[in-house]
Design a protein around this ligand. Structure first.
Ligand SMILES: Nc1ncnc2c1ncn2[C@@H]1O[C@H](COP(=O)(O)OP(=O)(O)OP(=O)(O)O)[C@@H](O)[C@H]1O
Ligand SMILES: [Mg+2]
Length: 285
């Protein structure tokens, strides 16, 4: 089913975080959303699963007007679009298995949830999800004792327990080292390809968006300024998304990042200029 946003807008006071976004996403696409810090990427994702309410505009999934959903129908929608976050959002002292089973909570009544009774089928489903992500051996460990990459895989397993139609990921690899980042992105792509689940992910590096996404949406100041395949992401398009640096010479790679990995000193000294040249060369190719 196609997910359609029309003139979707979110204001905070007199600031417009998301400004009249109109985008149609067919079922099964893998979409990367990129843009500078403050461009509105997180706000857009959070509106899609109604963690944040739109100020105006509409969202439709098939025939359903998502922005009008209330009560049980809203909870069903939130189950249908599972979300994963940069900081994993697991319950650290609970074991991995229980964290994954928590993904089933919005499938059941509150009373059942309170009693936290999970069926045999649900437990089998949880183990299968952990196996699929290659972390079944961690099932009985407290989630907080896992590495970042393992924790993000637990979060993905928990999301799969919701049997979602869409998977929303807000900078899922921003806190991970390159190897774990690859494992997590490979897992998201595998879910997208095998289950046909639409994946919409905010990413802070261009390379990842290029390597993994069918479609890239570039945002600047709340607006969509680029929408197309990676191959159409030219140097000019990259400049429009990220803006140019102060002397207009080019784009500093640090501007494509919202993570804290880049030391402020390195940025000031301009040692990342060569990386920026690489980015532009890549964009041209
Ligand atoms: N709850 C809020 N209250 C007030 N302003 C907000 C709120 N959430 C977001 N904003 C503002 O909306 C704009 C977009 O923020 P958002 O978090 O969506 O950006 P982002 O693209 O995800 O940035 P980052 O890459 O740093 O995560 C920013 O100017 C931000 O300050
Ligand atoms: Mg964000």
């Amino acid at each position: 089913m196609t997910f359609q946003m029309r003139d979707l807008t979110r204001r905070f006071g007199d600031r417009t975080a998301v400004d009249a976004v109109s985008v149609e996403i067919p079922q099964g696409q893998m979409v990367g959303v990129i843009g500078r810090s403050g461009a509105g990427k997180s706000t857009l994702l959070r509106m899609i699963n109604r963690l944040q309410q739109p100020s105006s505009g509409s969202m439709r999934f098939g025939d359903v007007e998502v922005s009008a959903l209330r009560g049980a129908a809203l909870r069903r929608w939130q189950r249908d679009c599972a979300m994963i976050f940069q900081q994993f959002n697991l319950v650290p002292r609970l074991d991995v298995m229980t964290n994954v089973l928590l993904g089933r909570l919005n499938h059941r009544s509150t009373t059942m949830s309170m009693l936290s009774i999970f069926s045999r089928e649900e437990r089998i489903m949880a183990i299968a999800a952990l196996e699929r992500l290659g972390i079944e051996q961690t099932a009985l460990q407290p989630a907080g004792t896992l590495s970042g990459g393992q924790q993000q895989r637990v979060a993905i397993a928990r999301a799969l327990m919701q049997t979602p139609k869409m998977l929303l990921a807000d900078e899922p690899i921003a806190s991970l080292d390159p190897l774990n980042a690859k494992i997590v992105m490979d897992a998201l792509r595998d879910i997208n390809e095998r289950e046909g689940i639409t994946v919409i992910t905010n990413l802070h590096t261009l390379d990842t968006a290029r390597n993994y996404c069918d479609r890239i949406i570039g945002m600047a100041a709340g607006r969509v300024v680029f929408d197309g395949p990676a191959s159409a992401l030219t140097a000019a398009a990259v400049r429009e998304i990220y803006g140019s640096d102060r002397d207009g010479a080019g784009i500093d790679e640090s501007m494509t990042s919202t993570s804290i990995n880049i030391p402020a000193g390195a940025q000031a000294a301009g040692v990342l200029q060569s990386a920026a040249v690489g980015t532009l060369a890549g964009a041209r190719a």
